[in-house]
Write a protein that binds this ligand. Structure first.
Ligand code: SF4
Length: 270
């Protein structure tokens, strides 16, 4: 039996996330919560001194409002940090997770810049936490409801075939990962699409209407894709960039297949 504060059951290997763990994410959530509470406290304290001159009740009223706001921030951040650590929704904050992440991640990135932590490490930590929470939710779907979303830079820059509108234009020469990804698609029956940017990615998601997305991309695109696609869960697979960003990128096929297999309904697996 799991203890109330026992660690997450789906503890994904750090090596898949450039050696980054989720403690960075949890630490930054806590730091951001403290910062927001301090700012709220200051905003409350400064005018409160003047409020008493307008009406004797005003300082108490603003105290209740700001005190309430501080409690909500603590509740949301503590819930998110405990959920990330244990893998279980705690304090009823599960439904607020999307909003919390949308508001908190930019603040956490800003804080990381100030204290000189690489923003990429924060994003990797966030993607790891996000992936573990999705695995923990136990979500499964028929293969045709799972969309594998790829960046255009995964296609060889020397390939003459256009894949954006018709992925089967690939003749599977093996010069880039597309051949193996298409073989995976044929074997498992999942959907695969190449997105040349955020707008096209959104259009594909609207057309395919997936239940879950397994996205391959860099840390920045995955972090923003996870936020933009909410409430559709996005499991992020960080790409490999042996030629630098956005050029002939690679993906670890074992990781990609393991991610896809984790969500396809067991009865429909190959
Ligand atoms: S595997 Fe497909 S996409 Fe990649 S270079 Fe060959 S034909 Fe082009």
């Amino acid at each position: 039996m799991r203890h109330f504060l026992s660690q997450h059951p789906h503890n994904l290997p750090r090596s898949d996330y450039g050696g980054t763990g989720k403690r960075l994410f949890i630490g930054l959530v806590a730091g951001t919560a403290v910062l927001i509470c301090l700012v709220l406290l200051l905003i409350w304290l400064i005018p409160t001194i003047g409020f008493s001159g307008i009406h004797p009740w005003l300082p108490s009223l603003s105290g209740v409002l700001f005190g309430g706001a501080i409690l909500v921030v603590i509740w949301l951040c503590a819930g998110l940090a405990l959920h990330a650590y244990t893998g279980r929704p705690i304090l009823g904050t599960q439904k607020m997770r999307g909003i919390t992440i949308r508001v908190l991640l930019p603040l956490m990135e800003a804080m990381a810049r100030v204290i000189r932590i690489p923003v990429e490490a924060v994003r990797r930590s966030f993607i790891k936490v996000n992936n573990e929470l999705i695995l923990d939710s136990g979500i499964h779907c028929p293969p045709e409801k799972l969309l594998v979303l790829l960046p255009h830079c995964i296609q060889s820059s020397r390939c003459p075939h256009r894949l954006s509108y018709h992925i089967d234009n690939c003749v599977r020469c093996g010069a880039c990962p597309m051949r193996d990804i298409l073989e995976l698609r044929d074997r498992l029956g999942v959907r695969v699409a190449v997105a040349t940017g955020g707008t096209i990615a959104r259009r594909i998601v609207v057309q395919v209407h997936p239940k879950i997305i397994v996205a391959v991309a860099c840390e920045r695109d995955l972090a923003s894709g996870i936020q933009d696609s909410h409430p559709i869960p996005v499991f992020g697979v960080i790409n490999e960039r042996p030629n630098g960003p956005c050029l002939d990128t690679q993906v670890n096929m074992q990781r990609l297949e393991a991610a896809v297999q984790a969500f396809v309904e067991p009865s429909q697996q190959a």
